[in-house]
Design a protein around this ligand. Sequence first.
Ligand SMILES: [Zn+2]
Length: 428
Amino acid sequence: MAADERSSGYYNEAREIASMAAWRAYHDLQIKELAAKSYPKAPALMNMFERAGIKPTDINSVEDLEQLPVTTKSDLARLQAENPPFGGFLTVPVNQLKRIFMSPGPIYDPQGTANEFWGWSEGFYAAGFRPRDVVINTFGYQMTPAGLMFEESLLDIGCCIIPTGVGNTETQVKLMREMGVTGFVGMASFLRKIGETAIAQGLDPRKDLALEIGYVAAEILTDTLRSEVEEMFGMRLRQGYGTADCGCLAYECSERNGMHFTSNAYVEILDPRTRETMGPGEPGEVVVTLFNPTYPLLRFGTGDLSAYTIAECACGRTAPRLTRIMGRVDQVTKVKGMFVHPQQAQAVIAKFPQVKKFQIVVTRSDEIDSLTFKLEMAEAPSAGDPFYDEIGGAIQKGIKLRPRIEIIAPGTLAENCELILDERVWDK
Ligand SMILES: [Zn+2]
C-alpha cells in the first residue's frame, strides 16, 4: 500500500477535526451525561460526590470536574478490595460484561459490550492501519487485557489478525513470511528481536518480509529504537499511550510529533501533589475521565508523567497532543518548581557516551534548591573543556534547570545507586 494511503483520512472525522469550540461542547456534554447517568448506578460515584458535597447536576462542564478528587491506581486497588469486585464503579451486573481481566495490582478490569470498548481504533487508523492489513498481535492474550484490547479495534477497522502473543520469535518470522503479514502490534523491542531473528536466518526483512506498519505501546519508545526498527524493516512505526484500566488515551498520527488525545476521554495534566491544572508544556500527571458508562472512572490518575501541546498539527486533527511520556509520577522529584525524572535525565546523559554513570544530587540551603550532576568518566575533562558547557546546556534544555557539574572518579557510585538523591532537609 502506498504510504500516502496510510496517511490520509480519519477514523472519526467529525470528532477528530472538530473546531476547538465543537470539541469543547462535545466534552462538556459527555461529562454531564456521564455524571447524570452513572451516578445512580455506581455506589463509588455516590460516595465520591457526597464527600465532595456536590450532586451530579453540579457537573455540567469540564471545569466542574475540578470539584471531584483524583482516584489513583492504588485507590482503585483499595476500593476494589473493600468493595469487590469493581469497587462500586461498575454500572451493570457482572454477568452482563463481555469479559473480565485481572492486571497486576491486583486490579480487575471489566470489558462492557460496546463496540471496540477500549477505543484503540482511532489510534490504529491515525497510525496508518487499514482494512485488509494482516496483523500479528504480539501482546499477551491471557488474564490481562492487552491482547484482546488491541484485537477488538483491529477487527473493528477490518484487519485480519494472527494472535501470536509474546515470544516464539522464529514462529513469528515464519508466519510473517508465509501469511504476508503487513502489520505488527506489540512492543518495539520485541519487533527488533523478530528482525534480528530473521536476519540470523539469512533473510532481509526489507525484501523477504512485507511489514509496512507497526503499532507499539507499553514501553517508552526512544527515537533510536524507532529509527532502528523502521530502517530494519523499511516500515512505519507509530505509538499509542493507554492503560489496562482505560484503554487508549492518546496516539500518534502520521506526523509523528506527539500523541493526540483520544476523543473517548477528557484528559487533564495536573500537578501530582497540589492537583493544580498545568498548562501547555508543563509536566504533570495524566488524569483521565473516560466517556465509559459501564465503568465510569472520573478523574482517574494514571500515575504517568507527561506534558501537552496545543500547537497545530499538519494532519488536521485538532486534539492537543501529549509531547511524550516522561515516566512514573512516584519517581519524580520537584526542584525549583520543575519536575526532574530519572528517565528525563537518562535521556540527556545518553547523548554523552563518555559519561559512564551519573547521579543527581538535590540539596537545599538558604531556601534555595540546587542540583548537582555527579558524572563518572574514564578521564576527567580539563577545566575549560567545551564538554562542561555542552552537557550543562543539554541538561538545561532537557530538564529546564541549570545544574552544577562534578566529575567523580570511576567506581565511586554503587552499581544500583539511586539516580536522584534528594538530600534536602525541610523545616519541621
Ligand atoms: Zn496529527
